[in-house]
Design a protein around this ligand. Structure first.
Ligand SMILES: C[S@@+](CC[C@H](N)C(=O)[O-])C[C@H]1O[C@@H](n2cnc3c(N)ncnc32)[C@H](O)[C@@H]1O
Length: 275
């Protein structure tokens, strides 16, 4: 006998709750995934039903956070969709360099997962700009587990397979733990990346302290519907400097929104310039 049954009703309750909280759309196709991820938690807590677990989660802040951590998908990689980083180096950074009066650059990696995107950006910037540039990358996510990993900045050998040995050596320190090698982002680079919890669904409640040169929000919009995407795009628009750039992921379609609101110009695949 299977111990845990997930009724359609409780799946609907959980889906509606997560949509309201963080904008994540869980369609019927995701039911098996939700059931598998939550079953582990039920076993850990010795709870007998999804109904009982759901009541606990919506009443208790810690468990609410745990539930969100369990239901978000955090797949990421260093230098994922590498063509964006090449475009950045070849077309955008030279312009930023010649137009900057203060030698200062501010970037936001929104939906940063465990930090690979933010550190890839930091590496590209440090390779491009000479010493003396003030570089800061705000890295935000809703999932507190991945944020902790990002702030520690420790990755396995496999996770660094897209980096050349020269870059690994320059930006990472080798650590040995129980016979295995891990690599920690060197302190200088870690200090340039600030990890924070931020819910994009409620982005307008947050204050971003400086206006931004670039926003990366890749492979996040895929989980949202048009209403949520539109609100987040407005927030990005208001926080980005004039004529600067927003990078989305390969499968984050916003073309129909962009077409109707005429605030963005598509300049490269999934790369938009603020008009
Ligand atoms: C697939 S990962 C993308 C990571 C990285 N940007 C990349 O392209 O490799 C999507 C991330 O979006 C985060 N996310 C989902 N909904 C969110 C929300 N409402 N607010 C902030 N982050 C969210 C998830 O926790 C997850 O880490």
């Amino acid at each position: 006998m299977e111990p845990y049954q997930m009724s359609n009703q409780i799946f609907k309750d959980i889906s509606q709750w997560i949509y309201k909280e963080i904008g994540l759309k869980l369609t019927e196709k995701k039911k098996a995934m939700v059931k598998a991820r939550l079953t582990k938690r039920l076993i850990e807590l010795k709870i007998n039903s999804f109904e009982e677990y759901y009541q606990l989660a919506i009443c208790c802040e810690n468990e609410k956070c745990e539930l969100i951590n369990l239901l978000t998908t955090n797949v990421t990689k260093f230098f994922r969709e590498n063509y964006h980083f090449r475009f950045l180096e070849e077309r955008i950074l030279p312009k930023l360099k010649s137009n900057s009066k203060q030698n200062k650059i501010r970037i936001w990696s929104a939906g940063c997962s465990s930090g690979e995107e933010a550190y890839s950006l930091a590496i590209v910037l440090n390779e491009f700009f000479t010493k003396g540039w003030d570089i800061k990358i705000l890295a935000t996510d809703i999932n507190t587990d991945v944020l902790k990993k990002g702030a520690r900045g420790i990755y396995s050998c496999c996770e660094l397979d897209k980096l050349s040995p020269v870059l690994v050596d320059k930006y990472f320190k080798r650590l040995n733990s129980s016979g295995k090698s891990y690599y920690q982002v060197r302190e200088g680079l870690r200090k340039q990346v600030i990890f924070k919890k931020l819910n994009l669904k409620q982005a307008k409640l947050y204050q971003i302290n400086s206006s931004l040169d670039l926003i990366f929000c890749r492979n996040v919009f895929i989980y949202f519907d048009d209403n949520v995407k539109q609100e987040i795009l407005n927030f990005f628009y208001n926080n980005l400097k004039e004529r600067q750039y927003l990078f989305l992921g390969n499968s984050d379609s916003i073309d129909h929104i962009v077409h109707s609101d005429k605030k963005w110009n598509l300049v490269y695949p999934t790369t938009y310039q603020k008009l």
